[in-house]
Design a protein around this ligand. Structure first.
Ligand SMILES: N[C@@H](CCC(=O)NCCCC(=O)O)C(=O)O
Length: 248
């Protein structure tokens, strides 16, 4: 029996003089290992690579984290500060693919930038610098090096009736925090699943989605094997992909 085929959409980055389409290995390992699926990396080339074939091909789709910021014009925000890292190919690709994939009932998982994309795709808005919003915590990484950056940073409250409460079985957890943008207004039909102590939304799902359409602001892929919350998320996504594969 073939495993479900999951597409993980890339970032487009320059390495030297040339553009490459890349995904960090931590995302691939967590999706494959935690979801029991077969993953392929997909360049952000929509519409050159047809949306119809993307929807036909995959049993699940993942939108990862990335250092780049979603361009504010996608949510009606003021222009980014000069020097802000953007990825317009990723923005254009993911805006159309994510909306169509959710509408088609394909399981969709968003992580960090992918979480922010999910909110914007459904008409929500973002703060560009959460740490400058009065009353908010600093959600950026702390310390030096990856172990410090992805260490547990703050608590989340997992809301009653959320999918996450059902998968994980607890009301609170500690999560890492590596972002400066964050949800301002929720998109249409986008429902909060978990919140930080300052009230910032940390997990969402799309209410009317036919299947798994869920995203988190933190990084469950980091050392996912050692973290029951992370395992519960990748297991739930994998189960949805297996169910979708069986349904076609
Ligand atoms: N640029 C956004 C998104 C933050 C994000 O996705 N960070 C990931 C860092 C690199 C990685 O672990 O892949 C923001 O700052 O809000």
């Amino acid at each position: 029996m073939k495993k479900p085929l999951v597409g993980i959409f890339c970032d487009r980055k320059f390495i030297g003089e040339h553009a490459f389409h890349v995904v960090g290995e931590k995302y691939i390992s967590a999706v494959v290992g935690g979801g029991d699926v077969y993953a392929v990396l997909v360049p952000v080339l929509e519409p050159q690579q047809s949306l119809a074939q993307t929807l036909e091909q995959f049993d699940g789709i993942v939108f990862t984290g990335s250092r780049s910021n979603l361009e504010p014009r996608h949510y009606g925000g003021p222009a980014s500060e000069p020097g802000t890292l953007h990825d317009p190919h990723r923005d254009a690709n993911n805006m159309s693919v994510m909306k169509a994939a959710v509408a088609a009932g394909i399981p969709v998982l968003g992580i960090c930038r992918g979480f922010q994309e999910m909110n914007v795709v459904f008409g929500g808005t973002l703060h560009q610098k959460v740490h400058e919003v009065p009353g908010n915590m600093d959600h950026r990484e702390k310390g030096e090096g990856a172990e410090a950056h992805y260490a547990p940073s703050h608590e989340i409250d997992i809301l009653p009736d959320s999918h996450l409460r059902q998968w994980y079985g607890n009301t609170k957890a500690m999560v890492n925090s590596v972002h400066s943008q964050g949800i301002n207004q929720l998109g249409d039909g986008v429902t909060a699943e978990a919140v930080a102590p300052d009230g910032l939304v940390e997990a969402i799902h799309v209410k009317d989605a036919k299947t798994f359409a869920f995203a988190i602001q933190w990084h469950p892929e980091w050392q996912y094997q050692d973290n029951p919350l992370s395992l519960s998320i990748f297991n739930a996504f994998g189960k949805a992909c297996h169910a979708y594969q069986a349904s076609r």
